[in-house]
Design a protein around this ligand. Structure first.
Ligand SMILES: O=C([O-])CC(=O)C(=O)O
Ligand SMILES: [Mg+2]
Length: 555
């Protein structure tokens, strides 16, 4: 939707004067024309020179580059988002490779750690365990009435950084900025929410400056009742809105998804979004190695949301390729905190792990497990930092001509290995991807461009597709379709540089393809309540928000 369209439909009353300058969706700052300054009570409130959006982008970019560190850049961009969203999104879209690592991983991780001291102007809604019985009225305090997508966290597992309680808000805020920047969902339709039920983080509980509820987490029935009320309230206040669960700890993540996935339009990004991006990476890597997907064996480090989510979607892809489900599951192996997951190892396994406890001898360490399983792909999703040692990487290189090494934990400090480590240990043969961005690498006269295997390639596009088709639910088959669409966007040039993902600079185009695949799958399933016609791509593209200034007055 264009800014002009949103203006007429969402802003029946056009504010004047200072009120207009304080309205981030309408503010143009120095780009208000002479006529607008006259007719909208702005004369004298702005410096005289009238400039255009392009020049404003150059100016804020120069200011951004002057900041002494990334956290300062984050603070600067947050302030820009707060005062002029058109300029914020234009800057993001035109300079995504430079700005995404600031508003998203890795800097957003640092921002969350220090959220209490960097927060200048609160963004999003905090809903707490004290809000039982009044959640719908809290949602009604949000100034926009046209919300179509909510990203919600309870802050218990923020990236690989653990329990950050109310400071987790940086994640929904960042994810939703990417909905608008990468897939053109209108900013006014996006609502970031943090459910604050307390924190187990001792650093915060002892800190008088902590901004969240200073209490241990509410758990059990009280937590469930709060979340039930929350979900019901989202559908009451914003009927049919998409709810993206983000960075919940394992138990709640799986429970919430199972409870709601067939009842409302929702998905869990860490389980399903990460799964799709990783499976897309495996599909593209298979093309590059010449080894079909059905010949791949994956060893995961970490058996939580991301690991078992990826395995589940990988199994689905193998089954579609003709393999039996039991056989497909045996292509997935897990190392968790107790070593290799094998049958009989645990008295009681959570249901997400149980399908992958295969009959095999124990292995205590990742290194032993690599020797035993001899996987074609090693995927790190444990959030424990550097765990793919040079020895492990060398072994992968001995067993495979082109070993697949995905170090997907975020932020950068939690990556299982760096691209340099992967390439050096394998003589440049590794097919490497990471969750957080790494610069390109020169080794032995060759340039490698490591791919960013991050769910940003998936959730904005799937979200856009789901909103465009107005589906009542989101299915795993939509994520598999999204993964295939993403893999199809990786070009031979990308692969030649060692990159299994398309360039980030193409993200809007790629998100559109992902959205289209989502819509086609929704239509196939009879879940598309909007008919987007024979060429959904054009219809979806027409819905995408482009940051530009509407003319606010007639001359
Ligand atoms: O936020 C990211 O960069 C990817 C993600 O969902 C996570 O690590 O939890
Ligand atoms: Mg996440």
């Amino acid at each position: 939707m264009s800014a002009a369209a949103s203006l007429s439909s969402h802003e029946p009353h056009l504010p004047h004067g200072v009120e207009l300058l304080r309205h981030p969706l309408l503010n143009k700052a120095t780009a208000f024309s002479e006529e607008e300054r006259d007719q909208l009570g702005l004369r004298g409130l702005l410096p005289p020179r009238v400039v255009n959006l392009e020049l404003q982008v150059e100016r804020v970019l120069a200011q951004l580059r002057c900041k002494s560190n990334d956290l300062e850049k984050y603070i600067f961009l947050s302030a820009l988002q707060q005062r002029n969203e058109t300029l914020f999104y234009k800057l993001l879209i035109d300079h995504l490779e430079e700005t995404m690592p600031i508003i998203y991983t890795p800097t957003v991780g640092q921002a969350c750690l220090e959220y209490g001291s960097i927060l200048r102007h609160p963004r999003g809604l905090w809903i707490t365990s004290n809000d039982r019985g009044r959640i719908a009225s809290v949602l009604r305090n949000w100034p926009q009435t046209n919300v179509r997508v909510i990203v919600v966290t309870d802050g218990e597992r923020i990236l690989g950084l653990g329990d950050l309680g109310a400071y987790g808000m940086g994640i929904p805020v960042g994810k939703l900025a990417l909905y608008s920047a990468c897939a053109g969902v209108h900013p006014s339709e996006c609502l970031p929410i943090t459910i604050d039920v307390g924190t187990e983080n001792p650093r915060f509980l002892d800190d008088p400056f902590y901004i969240g509820l200073p209490q241990k987490r509410v758990r059990g029935e009280a937590y469930e009742a709060l979340m039930d009320e929350f979900i019901a309230a989202t559908q009451e206040v914003f009927p049919g809105c998409l709810v993206q669960f983000e960075d919940f700890a394992n138990h709640n993540a799986f429970t919430l998804l199972e409870k709601w996935r067939d009842r409302i339009c929702c998905f869990n990004d860490d389980i399903q979004g990460t799964a799709a991006v990783a499976v897309a990476g495996l599909i593209a890597a298979s093309k590059e190695t010449g080894k079909p997907l059905t010949d791949q064996t994956v060893l995961f480090l970490g058996a939580g949301e991301a690991g078992t989510g990826i395995a589940g979607l990988f199994v689905r892809a193998l089954v579609e390729a003709g393999m039996s489900e039991a056989e497909a599951r045996k292509r997935c192996w897990f190392v968790d905190s107790k070593g290799l997951l094998v049958a009989g190892r645990d008295t009681k396994l959570p249901s997400h792990k149980a399908p992958y406890a295969h009959e095999a001898p124990q292995a205590a360490t990742l290194a032993e497990a690599v020797e035993r399983i001899r996987p074609t792909a090693l995927i790190g999703v444990a959030g424990i930092g550097p765990a793919f040692t040079p020895e492990i990487l060398q072994r992968m290189g001995e067993y495979n001509h082109r070993p697949i090494i995905f170090a997907l934990s975020n932020p950068t400090s939690k990556a299982e290995c760096t691209p340099v480590q992967a390439y050096e240990a394998t003589g440049g043969r590794a097919i490497y991807a990471s969750g957080s961005p790494f610069a390109q690498v020169e080794i032995g006269g060759r340039t490698f461009r490591p791919g960013q295997g991050n769910n940003v390639y998936i959730f904005p596009g799937v979200g856009l597709g789901v909103l465009a088709a107005n589906t009542p639910t989101v299915t795993d088959t939509m994520f598999l379709a999204a993964a295939r669409a993403l893999a199809a966007e990786t070009t031979p040039e990308d692969l030649a540089q060692g990159c299994v993902y398309p360039k980030l600079t193409r993200i809007r185009e790629v998100s559109l393809k992902v959205a289209q695949a989502t819509v086609v799958e929704a239509t196939r399933l009879g879940l598309a309540r909007n008919d987007l016609g024979a060429t959904p791509e054009d219809a979806i593209s027409a819905l995408m928000f482009q940051p530009s200034y509407p003319t606010l007055v007639t001359d």
